[in-house]
Write a protein of this length. Structure first.
Length: 372
């Protein structure tokens, strides 16, 4: 159940839906996947049928109104289990499963509980009966099981039935062998320069401003070149050595990532209050950097410190500190042997622990326990 996700698409949500469908079908399961009516033509996968779902009014704030369509789909397909991506104003899948008598799995990748100082909690309190909190907690009670990257983002009463599961990378698509010298030349990379890559969302808490601060500090370095993939701007940077590629189709990203030398994920967690609960993201960009054999620079926050181990798969740099990031990049640019060693370790670690195949193996275990 991902009624608000456009598949195929370039967001983390659309990638997640596609890779879970691909991974579970590869494990021999039959899937009926509900996606947004705005979806294009998803790939033809063995054992997977795509269903475009709509509701009125079409805003995702009214996604819960798709419950009738999901109930009908459950009855038509005689589904044994349902999995829904959690959303504050969703719940149509879990509600439909309860109505039909099918066990449901709630996949939580954003906080169900309110963080300290939450505006949502304050608005909810004005209604006295806290309807948003009651709705969210009802979903957790109805679900037979939950999966989440961090247990602290689900209500305490639901943690016993919550399994910790992280996202992953497509380790077949994201591979060091996709490196392209022609692509680097098209970017304008000087011969022999070390390419530093940031990919993904340009929201403030992803720390692009920290990376660009570091890049400006290093603009005299001819051996460093910065490439930023994502966002709505493209072109050669005016105040540092590098360029922005703008938003790219997801199928181009394996070549882009593999053609870099260092991946950077400089999160600035103070800019997103929800992260006071803990770092609950499953960092897709980091998994894809590592799968492509890139050493990764990120911040020293669990579970990032477990994914990227200091000195083994990359380095940890103080948050929101452009000077510290510039220093770490300078050191890494001068250490070709270290980059190669950390890149090889990064690739091996993702293949073993953080692939979509591993993610789907974990999901299958939860689903089998639900229907046993």
């Amino acid at each position: 159940m991902a009624c608000d996700q456009v598949v195929p698409g370039s967001t983390g949500g659309s990638v997640h839906v596609l890779e879970v469908a691909r991974g579970l079908s590869a494990r021999g399961h039959e899937l009926h996947v509900a996606v947004s009516a705005r979806s294009g033509t998803p790939p033809d996968l063995p054992g997977v049928r795509w269903h475009r779902v709509s509701w009125t009014p079409p805003s995702r704030f009214f996604r819960f109104r798709a419950q009738g369509a999901i109930e009908a789909l459950l009855r038509e397909t005689r589904a044994q289990a349902l999995m829904e991506r959690y959303y504050n104003f969703g719940g149509e899948g879990v509600g439909a499963a309860a109505a039909v008598g099918v066990p449901s799995l709630l996949e939580v990748n954003a906080p169900v509980v309110d963080h300290p100082g939450s505006w949502k909690a304050r608005l909810d309190a004005l209604a006295l009966v806290r309807p948003l909190q009651r709705h969210r907690e009802r979903l957790c009670r109805l679900a037979a099981a939950l999966v989440a990257p961090l247990a602290e983002i689900v209500p305490e009463f639901a943690r016993e039935k919550t399994t910790t599961v992280t996202w992953g990378a497509d380790v077949d698509a994201f591979h060091p062998g996709r490196r392209s010298d022609a692509l680097r030349a098209a970017w304008g990379v000087p011969a022999g320069a070390v390419v530093v890559l940031f990919s993904g969302s340009f929201r403030p808490w992803h720390g692009v401003h920290v990376l660009e601060d570091a890049a400006r500090r290093l603009r005299s370095r001819e051996d460093l070149y910065f490439v930023l993939a994502g966002g709505d701007r493209e072109g050669v940077a005016s105040d540092y050595r590098g360029r922005r590629l703008g938003s790219l189709p997801y199928e181009r990203m394996p070549d882009v990532v593999a053609s870099a030398d260092v991946g950077v994920a400089p999160y600035d967690t103070e800019r997103l209050p929800q992260l006071r609960l803990g770092f609950f993201w499953s960092p897709l960009k980091i998994f894809e950097y590592m799968a492509s054999g890139l050493p990764t620079l990120t911040v020293p926050r669990p579970p990032l410190t477990e994914i990227v181990r200091e000195g083994l798969e990359g380095r940890h740099v103080r948050e929101a500190d452009g000077a510290a990031l510039a220093e770490a990049l300078s050191a890494l640019a001068a250490d070709a042997a270290g980059r190669a060693r950390m890149g090889a370790s990064a690739r091996a670690r993702v293949v073993e622990h953080y692939s979509w195949a591993r993610h789907c193996e974990q999901l299958e275990g939860v689903l089998r326990r639900m229907v046993a």
